[in-house]
Design a protein around this ligand. Sequence first.
Ligand code: BG6
Length: 289
Amino acid sequence: MMTSLLVRKPLVELTKGVNGLKRYSPEVRGSSAERVNSFLVSSKAIFKPPKAIRGGIPICFPQFANHGPLESHGFARNRFWSIDKDPPPFPAATSSRAFVDLILKPSEEDLKIWPHSFEFRLRVALSPGGDLMLTSRIRNTNTDGKPFTFTFAYHTYFSVSDISEVRVEGLETLDYLENKERFTEQGDAITFESEVDKIYLSTPTKIAILDHEKKRTFVIRKDGLPDAVVWNPWDKKAKAMADFGDEEYKHMLCVEAAAVEKSITLKPGEEWRGRQELSAVPSSYCSGQ
Ligand code: BG6
């Protein structure tokens, strides 16, 4: 029998668990302390359902934000998931990764608000070098012949030293949606001096977040997820959020690999795959890659 657990907590715990990487490889880049601090979890985060945890990497499914009739970001981030105790192995070439497979299937209650049967397999894997890879496989298991449609995001809360010293590379000159209106980004790398909530469209598969103060760069590589959401609530919205510290916006940035503009449709038996790989490297290491 599978064990029930709250996926939101394990994702936080697993990312803390990169400490354990030392067991897998002597070649871990950066200190374990640096690794542990890669993701922000708010000091005011609420770990009790039905509130989503403010931080880590919430999974937005089957709806991103308020782009549909469901609760914000869909229900997957608020559910108990199961661990698959006998998961399919990785291909031989990547078998050195440590991983866990988490499974979500809809409950009777979920079917009342979103009447579609699915199996969601989330593989959380760590490479020997310390990269975190999340692979979502979502399968339509409807037996009534009906397709379903969804939007999706890995809502990653990156921890940064000072948001005003951070820049994001890879999104310049792209189109984006803001309050559902379309604009085009002008100029160079994205920097931050006020609230931002944008959905960049048709983005490259690699995006970099440069943290000058820490001399650290997060590299996001993604597959099957054409869009990238960039969010920081800034001071006023931060104050209005009960589960977020007033000053925490200064030390976080969400860059979310996503499929929002063009929703995904699956016929019965079809499967979709969306992957996000995260590495944290010294800034000089990243330049020119
Ligand atoms: C971001 C959205 O992904 O998540 C924002 O772009 C939203 O619009 C933010 O405010 C936080 O959402 P929530 O539901 O976790 O408060």
